[in-house]
Design a binder for this molecule. Sequence first.
Ligand SMILES: [Zn+2]
Length: 78
Amino acid sequence: MNKACILCHGQLKPTVTTYTQEYEGGFILIENVPAWECEQCGETYFDPDVVERLQNLIWSGAEPVRMIQTPVYDLNRT
Ligand SMILES: [Zn+2]
């Protein structure tokens, strides 16, 4: 499968990444998401069916495999 980066037209290689989504004032992380990463600029792309599976999972209200604590910083307060 040959795909090209929209930004720099670099070659995309298959990878596995962690997807981040803002949700109800917090964040949801989904690990082990198949994606395409540009070899030149590092931009990450998802196939449409993968995006659909991510959205379905988020909206399903399924029990997460684990919870993490996330530190929050404010650049205006440093
Ligand atoms: Zn690129």
